[in-house]
Ligand binder design. Structure first.
Ligand code: RNT
Ligand code: ZN
Length: 417
């Protein structure tokens, strides 16, 4: 095994790439894993809670879904034990813990409802990020922050303000800023006349929400666009242009979800432009397949292109990496692990590219050589470096995870009814 790695190391070194350094660098890049793959975005507000409402969809009914906070946390721990790297955990507001307080509606959430998450986070040394939840609620059956009904709108404005306070609390407790993401499903199935009106309302709701001043040392707000969703095929108020403009004007972060653009758009190409005008980016690494924006991420061309751009911009400190996918049709922990490992693989592959040499060719106008080296890089012995990284992080290899996940299914998840 080691001699294979040493051989790989030499081949990379011949192109000016230090594999040991790439491995050390990747160990320090945090990835914010989403908490919601374990229970199909259901959350625990009431027994049997499930994802409801338009704009977002999960399919599949594979047995073994986490039914309680403890089950979800145990699944998260299992997932993290099977993936190399450094993690944060991205928690949604509908994962509040009411066990010691009793139920509180979305407009009454408080830091106390997330105390057990903060405790978990400290125990596992996994800092938290946070999301307002503006779906799966009786008041979210259509429009939320864009609603023309003041009662509805105020309810959701209050919710997001409270989520920002919760994020601030997390940031203070963990000593690193919590990224707070705002995504709304607001839109219309069919021809929409007042396209402008809802956007004007959205901007004013967001202004109201952000008028609550919170130090960026604790909380960083990010806004997430989408091109269309199920039930919002014809109009989504929070489009890319809307949030790009809003983020530039207000210097918030912009969340770029890989599944939220037209299928032939190169999402990776957005990073270098967006970073010129907004302070930082939050990524939702995902995989769009036809109408679905949230298939499990794979080590594919799109994810690799994304990682290449993260590395090539040299702005990894301004790019916060998060994941966002969910599949209820296969073993959920398996899905989680595959997506996290694909993320790590893409980053490692990007860190191992002979960028200096490729750039020299580009700068000297030798575009044939640039293309040739990019092609040659694809067949370098990447697998050996990946295996080494997994070993150093004390996690199983790609093949070993299959048995690991099947035995967790046999001993744990298959016993959940
Ligand atoms: C939906 C958005 C959003 C959600 C999460 C659960 O299309 O991508 O980020 O997936 O809030
Ligand atoms: Zn997303």
């Amino acid at each position: 095994m080691n001699s294979n790695y040493n051989d790989a190391k030499e081949q990379y070194a011949a192109l000016g790439v230090d594999t040991d350094r790439a491995i050390e660098c990747l160990k320090k890049i945090p990835v914010s894993m989403h908490c919601w793959q374990g229970d199909d975005v259901g959350g625990f507000e009431h027994a049997g809670a499930s994802l409801e409402g338009g704009g977002i969809q999960v399919t599949g009914n594979y047995p073994g879904k986490a039914r309680t906070m403890d089950e979800l946390r145990s699944d998260i721990e299992k997932t993290l034990s099977l993936t190399p790297g450094t993690y944060r955990l991205n928690v949604h507001a509908n994962y509040a813990d009411f066990s010691s307080t009793g139920f509180a509606d979305r407009d009454a959430l408080e830091p106390v409802h997330f105390e057990s998450w903060v405790q978990w986070s400290k125990e596992h040394k996994v800092p938290l990020d946070f999301n307002s939840t503006l779906f799966s609620h009786p008041k979210a059956s259509g429009l939320t922050l864009t609603s023309k009904d003041k009662g509805i709108r105020d309810f959701w404005i209050e919710h997001v303000k409270r989520c920002r306070k919760i994020g601030e609390y997390m940031g203070k407790e963990q000593g690193s800023a919590c990224i707070h993401n705002i995504w709304i499903a607001d839109g219309m199935k069919d021809l929409t006349v007042d396209r402008q009106g809802y956007r004007v309302i959205l901007a004013s709701s967001l202004d109201d929400i952000l008028s609550l001043k919170i130090s960026k040392d604790y909380l960083k707000d990010s806004v997430e666009s989408k091109v269309f969703g199920i039930g919002t095929e014809s109009y989504v108020a929070g489009s890319h242009e809307f949030y790009m403009g809003y983020a530039v004007k207000n210097q918030t972060l912009l969340t770029v979800d890989m599944g939220h653009f037209h299928p032939t758009e190169n999402v990776a190409d957005k990073l270098s432009s967006v970073l010129m005008f907004v302070p930082e980016i939050f990524l939702h690494l995902s995989r769009g397949v036809r109408w679905d924006s949230d298939h499990v991420t794979l080590f594919n061309d799109e994810l690799r292109a994304m990682a290449e751009e993260m590395v090539r911009t040299g702005k990894l400190d301004k790019i916060h990496i998060g994941t966002d996918y969910f599949d209820g049709s296969i073993n959920r922990i398996g899905a989680w692990v595959i997506g996290q490992r694909a993320t790590q693989k893409s980053l490692l592959k990007a860190l191992l590219q002979p960028n200096k040499k490729i750039l020299e060719y580009e700068d000297s106008g030798n575009y044939f050589a640039r293309l040739a080296l990019i092609e040659a890089d694809k067949t370098l012995p990447f697998g050996e470096v990946w295996n080494r990284y997994c070993q150093e992080c004390n996690v199983p290899s790609d093949l070993e995870i299959i048995d690991e996940i099947m035995s967790y299914e046999k001993n744990v998840t298959s016993k959940r009814s």
